[in-house]
Design a binder for this molecule. Sequence first.
Ligand SMILES: CC(C)(COP(=O)(O)OP(=O)(O)OC[C@H]1O[C@@H](n2cnc3c(N)ncnc32)[C@H](O)[C@@H]1OP(=O)(O)O)[C@@H](O)C(=O)NCCC(=O)NCCS
Length: 168
Amino acid sequence: MTDSLKIEIRPVTHPDVPAISALAREIWQATYPGIITQEQIDFMLEQRYGHERLYDDLEDADKWLDQAFLNDRRVGFAFSEIRKGEFKLDKLYIHPDVQRRGVGGQLIEHVAARARKLGYPCVILAVNKRNTAAIGSYRKYGFVVRESIVDDIGHGFVMDDYVMEKKL
Ligand SMILES: CC(C)(COP(=O)(O)OP(=O)(O)OC[C@H]1O[C@@H](n2cnc3c(N)ncnc32)[C@H](O)[C@@H]1OP(=O)(O)O)[C@@H](O)C(=O)NCCC(=O)NCCS
């Protein structure tokens, strides 16, 4: 059966924060067990998706929070930001029910268009080296590995990532 897909991308606003935080938890729990420990998942969710943190992000002029709706259901989000002079896709998460239907690709294009408009030569991101599905999708959308990093994020946790870049 083919169903018609209506994908819409809208900015995250203050009233959306609890729903984005809950969606992040749902997607992280479907993604990261087996890649990082449950303790690290809980630590990073609190650090990055706590309500106060998201309200702060919304006030930051160098950050953009976009959410995607598929047939009017909130199914994912992409956060982008200017960090150390580069344009970074900082978070990209699509609900497992609707992965591989093009929503991630549209969010990547949305973020890339913003970076292009602001005059940046590329978009960068960091992805866990063991997150092979995500790495595959980034390759599909034109990202290549630029470097390998191990980032100490405190409390005994590290992020073992590839930095990837997509030229614009
Ligand atoms: C990675 C992710 C953002 C891609 O978004 P998406 O909406 O599923 O991607 P699209 O439908 O636009 O593109 C799909 C492509 O991604 C890759 N891909 C996505 N999920 C995959 C999986 N489970 N296994 C293998 N490849 C996968 C494939 O290249 C696929 O292309 P194909 O369907 O033609 O083979 C999404 O799958 C996701 O949220 N994953 C879990 C969270 C995550 O790992 N986020 C990235 C953190 S850095």
